[in-house]
Design a protein around this ligand. Structure first.
Ligand code: DLL
Length: 443
C-alpha cells in the first residue's frame, strides 16, 4: 500500500468562509462573541461576577477582542474549588451532557455542555477530519475510550457531523481492534499516539498491514513528537494528524493540523487562543514558547475566560499553505506540570522520546522515566524497551547499547541518566493516556 503523499493530496476545507476569513472580519466576529460571553459569565456565574469585580472590570469595558487582556485569568484550581457545577451559566436542566478528565494530576475535572455546545464540538472535529482529507465516504475506527473522557464521543460527533461512518470500538482488546479494523474496512482510526504505535506494531507482527484500507490516523490527548508520527506513518503507510483539545474548552477538536503539518489550526471563531509567559503572565510573541490560554467565545454551559491550560506551545498567526487563516499552535512540548526539574534542569518526556527515536535499530520508543532522590541527589532512570534479540546476544553488546543510549540521552537532556534496558512489552501499554513519568521524590 502506497503512503498518501502531499503530491496527490486533495486539500479540503469544510467551512472556507470561517477557516479562511480575513483577520479583520474575524476580529469583528470574535469581538461580538467576547462581549456576549463576558456578559453571560458576569450575569450568570457568581464566580465570574466576583472575579471581574475584584479585577475592577465591568462587562461594559469589553468592546472588542483587543480588550481581552483586561480580563482576569481562570485556572484549573478555580474549577477544582467550584467542583462540580459551580461555574455553570445555564440551568442544570439545559445541560445535555457532562464530560470530564481523570487528568494526569489531581481530582477529576468536570465539563458540562449544552446541546449547542455539543453541536459546536462535533463541527470542530469535522473541520479537523476534513483537514485530514476525510469525507462522508470514510469509515472511522474510534478506539479512544467512550465515557467521561471526551476522546470517544468527540470523534464520534465529528464523524457524525461529517456524515462519515463511525465504528465505536472504544479502547482495549487489541486483537479485536485488529480484526474489526480489517473486517469492517476502516479508512481512518483515532486513538492516542502511544496506543497507535502499539496497535501498528501488533498489526505489523500479524502481517495484517497490507490487508488494511487505512489511510489516515487521528492522534492526540497526550504529547508526542514528530519522530513518533513518522514511526507510526512508516509502519502503517498512512498520514497521521495531531488533534488537540481539553474537556473544559471542548474535547478533541480545539485544534488539529492539516496535511502541511506545520502546526495545529485553532478554531478561533470558538476558542480564542493566547500564549503567555507562565511566570510573568506577559503575552508571548509569535514563535515564543509559553502557556496556552483559551477563552471560549460561544460556549453556553460553562464559558471560560482566559483559562490557563498549563500546555506549552507557541503560536503562528501567518496564513498557512493550505489557505487557512486560522492561527497555528506548534506541537506541544509538554505541560507545565509534566516538566520535571531534575538537578536544576527542565526535562520533558518528549525530549526522551525524540532522543530514543533518533537511535532507532533495536531501540523502541516505549519508555518510562523514573525520578528518585538518593543522598539528596536527583537520579533519573529511563527504562527503555529493546529488541528481544539483544538479550540473547553477548552481554557486551547489551552494555554497548546501554552506554550509547545513556550518551544520547545525556546529550539531549543535559544531565546524566541511568538506563535500564527491558524486553519488549515490559512497559505497561495504556489504551488511554500513556504514563511516562513516575516521580518518587518527596517534593
Ligand atoms: O485529552 C481531549 C482529547 C481527546 C484530545 C482525544 C485529543 C484527542 P482531557 O482529558 O481533558 O482532554 O486532557 C486534556 O491532554 O490539556 C493536554 O495536556 C493533553 N493533550 C490533549 N491533546 C493533546 C495533543 C483530551 N494533541 C489535556 N498533544 C490537554 C499534546 C495533548 N497534549
Amino acid at each position: 500500500m502506497a503512503a498518501v503523499s502531499l503530491e496527490n493530496w486533495v486539500e479540503r476545507i469544510r467551512d472556507p468562509k470561517i477557516e479562511c476569513m480575513s483577520k479583520d472580519e474575524m476580529a469583528a466576529l470574535q469581538g461580538k462573541r467576547l462581549v456576549d460571553v463576558v456578559e453571560r459569565a458576569y450575569n450568570h456565574v457568581d464566580f465570574y461576577h466576583k472575579k471581574m469585580k475584584d479585577a475592577g472590570v465591568e462587562p461594559g469595558d469589553i468592546k472588542s477582542i483587543e480588550d481581552i487582556s483586561k480580563l482576569p485569568f481562570t485556572t484549573k484550581e478555580d474549577l477544582r474549588d467550584h467542583y462540580p457545577f459551580g461555574l455553570l451559566a445555564i440551568p442544570m436542566k439545559d445541560v445535555a451532557r457532562v464530560q470530564g478528565t481523570s487528568g494526569t494530576t489531581g481530582k477529576l475535572t468536570i465539563a458540562p455542555y449544552s446541546q449547542k455546545d455539543v453541536e459546536v464540538w462535533g463541527e470542530c472535529v469535522a473541520r479537523g477530519l476534513t483537514m485530514a482529507g476525510l469525507t462522508s465516504e470514510d469509515i472511522i475506527h474510534v478506539c479512544y475510550g467512550y465515557g467521561l473522557f471526551t476522546g470517544g464521543m468527540g470523534l464520534d460527533y465529528g464523524a457524525q457531523a461529517l456524515g462519515a461512518t463511525a465504528i465505536p470500538m472504544s479502547a482495549g482488546n487489541t486483537k479485536r481492534q485488529m480484526m474489526c479494523m480489517e473486517d469492517l474496512g476502516a479508512t481512518a482510526f483515532a486513538c492516542t499516539p502511544s496506543y497507535a504505535l502499539y496497535l501498528a506494531e501488533s498489526l505489523a507482527e500479524a502481517g495484517a498491514v497490507d490487508r488494511l484500507k487505512l489511510k489516515v490516523g487521528i492522534h492526540g490527548a497526550e504529547p508526542w513528537t514528530e519522530e513518533m508520527r513518522k514511526k507510526i506513518e512508516s509502519i502503517l503507510h498512512i498520514n497521521c494528524f495531531d488533534i488537540y483539545g481539553l474537556c473544559e474548552i471542548t474535547g478533541p477538536g480545539v485544534a488539529q493540523d492539516c496535511i502541511h503539518k506545520e502546526g495545529l489550526h485553532v478554531h478561533w471563531d470558538y476558542f480564542y487562543p493566547e500564549v503567555i509567559n507562565p511566570a510573568t503572565q506577559e503575552m508571548c510573541k509569535d514563535a515564543e514558547t509559553g502557556e496556552l490560554v483559551f477563552t471560549t467565545l460561544a460556549k453556553e454551559a460553562m464559558p471560560l475566560i482566559r483559562y490557563r491550560t498549563k500546555d506549552l506551545t507557541s503560536i503562528d498567526h501567518s496564513t498557512c499553505k493550505c489557505g487557512r487563516t486560522l492561527p497555528r499552535i506548534s506541537k506541544f512540548t509538554g505541560r507545565t506540570d509534566d516538566m520535571k526539574v531534575i538537578r536544576g534542569v527542565n526535562v520533558f518526556p518528549t525530549q526522551v522520546e525524540t532522543a530514543l527515536l533518533s537511535i532507532g535499530g533495536a531501540v523502541a520508543p516505549h519508555y518510562m522515566m523514573i525520578v528518585d532522590r538518593e543522598d539528596n541527589m536527583d537520579v533519573l532512570t529511563v527504562m527503555v524497551e529493546v529488541d528481544e534479540s539483544m538479550f540473547s546476544d553477548e552481554i557486551r553488546k547489551l552494555d554497548a547499547l546501554r552506554n550509547k543510549i545513556a550518551a544520547v540521552l545525556k546529550n539531549a537532556l543535559g544531565i546524566s541518566v541511568r538506563v535500564k534496558l527491558v524486553e519488549p512489552k515490559t512497559i505497561q501499554r495504556s489504551e488511554g493516556k500513556a504514563v511516562r513519568v513516575i516521580d518518587n521524590r518527596d517534593l
